[in-house]
Design a protein. Structure first.
Length: 459
């Protein structure tokens, strides 16, 4: 049968990030509706029917769209604060402000975060939102609405906290939920928004915040809820030395053993950070296929340390990349994390052998798809997979003298995005969003950031 519509892209370098790391110095790719139909060396076959557009991508590298595996969109409104703090001091400094967020603020912050991600080559985003102040509105709905408007594929990790100040936690008491309230609201979010179909644009995960802001009951019952509903689980894990000490003092075991005791290891789980992992921790993650969201810039910003990513990969742990919240990674961009992942890991024990440029690209694409449980759909350029892909412009002053296009993308300056497609639909052209007014987003984020600062100041 004739295709409904085809888009043909030709004359570009292609890094497929498939199982064999197949690359073409000059190749083509054909999009048929929302899927990749064919790709290969040279120009596209002659005689294709129903071609609605042809793109001459000379001077470009095509890759799978980037996949972001950890973020906190609401933090867009508190960038540039507490810049010389470690994690715990940073949280203490910012929770009183974060506790004042409302639906309008969260919507504006999500739009700013998503716009920046999309402009930088992200086609699949996620948001771990765990701050739900009393009477703050429909925060989950606001975030999902912003993602749909931007046009990215999206996972909402519906987070929660039930340990406020009176129970020894860090956030103000009015910014946390009860155990039953958090579970009920999470289940409602899954039922309203999670799409189980192939190619889903919106999915939901169950995501209690962290061991030091969540009760053991919420961790355990959250895992049971996720498995009953058939969705993934996400939380923060082993981010700092202080967290490890906290777990040993409170639970009598380290973070990984604690997670295992509450049902939080498994192929349906991914953890953010995982900086302080010993050999047995890594072995446990590998044995259970628990995933990791590696956030190199945020780990450096908060002086958390260097995650053992080369050792995780060697053991078979699924690893993707994450921006983390923009209060600890003010750029909010994932494509810079390709470079930072490579450079920071080369400061560790493996030095120049820690990561290669192609391993860094794999972390940001296929690795992220694995972590989100979507490797059969996205993360590599292969016939039958979803048409989520990016064209990076590499023939300008910034990159033209670098012969290897993957090295140019990973090690060079941030490359401009000429075109980005999600589900076969273009969302970026020549570095500008096609479906969102960027200037309006910038104005609204500034307005809501100022409003939040005023309210917090009056708090």
């Amino acid at each position: 049968m004739a295709a409904a519509r085809r888009i043909v892209i030709e004359n570009c370098s292609i890094a497929t990030v498939d199982a064999d790391d197949t690359e073409y110095s000059s190749g083509h790719l054909v999009i048929d509706g929302d899927r990749i139909e064919t790709l290969g060396a040279g120009r596209a076959p002659e005689g294709l029917e129903n071609v609605v557009r042809r793109i001459d991508a000379t001077g470009h590298l095509m890759t799978p769209g980037l996949v972001n595996t950890h973020h906190h969109f609401y933090q867009w409104l508190t960038r540039g604060l507490a810049t010389d703090h470690n994690l715990f001091d940073w949280l203490v400094a910012l929770y009183p402000t974060w506790a004042r967020i409302d639906e309008a603020m969260v919507y504006a912050a999500a739009r700013g975060s998503l716009a920046t991600l999309a402009r930088g080559g992200v086609t699949t985003a996620m948001d771990h939102h765990y701050v739900h102040p009393k009477d703050s509105g429909d925060l989950s709905g606001a975030i999902i609405r912003a993602a749909r408007e931007t046009g990215v594929r999206f996972t909402l990790a519906r987070g929660s906290m039930d340990l406020g100040e009176k129970d020894g936690g860090l956030p103000p008491d009015f910014a946390v939920e009860t155990l039953d309230g958090a579970l009920a609201a999470t289940e409602r979010t899954v039922q309203e928004h999670h799409d189980t179909s192939f190619g889903a644009l919106t999915q939901v995960a169950v995501a209690p915040c962290s061991p030091f802001s969540v009760s053991t009951e919420l961790m355990r019952e959250g895992a049971e809820l996720a498995r009953r509903l058939g969705v993934r689980l996400h939380t923060h894990g082993s981010e700092t030395v202080e967290e490890e000490q906290f777990c040993k003092e409170r639970f009598g075991m380290g973070p990984t053993d604690y997670f295992e005791s509450t049902g939080w290891l498994g192929e349906d789980v991914w953890m953010a950070h995982c900086v302080h992992m010993n050999d047995s921790d890594i072995a446990a993650f590998a044995r259970t296929r628990t995933g990791v969201a590696h956030c190199p810039s945020s780990n450096a910003r908060l002086a958390a340390g260097i995650a053992r990513v080369p050792d995780m990969l060697a053991a078979g742990v699924p690893v993707g990349l994450g921006v983390d919240g923009t209060a600890s990674n003010e750029s909010g961009e994932l494509h810079t994390e390709l470079r930072n992942a490579l450079l920071i890991n080369r400061l560790g024990a493996h030095r120049e052998h820690a990561l290669s440029t192609r391993q860094a690209l794999r972390l940001g694409t296929y690795g992220g798809a694995q972590v989100l449980g979507r490797a059969a759909e996205i993360g590599s350029l292969e016939p039958g997979k979803l048409a989520d892909l990016v064209l990076w412009k590499l023939d300008t002053l910034a990159h033209a003298s670098i012969a290897d296009p993957v090295a140019a993308l990973v090690l060079g300056a941030a490359a401009p995005v000429t075109a980005s497609f999600v589900h076969g639909r273009q969302i970026v052209e020549d570095g500008r969003l096609l479906h969102v007014d960027e200037d309006a987003v910038a104005r609204s984020t500034r307005h809501e950031a100022q409003r939040l600062a005023r309210i917090a100041g009056q708090g």
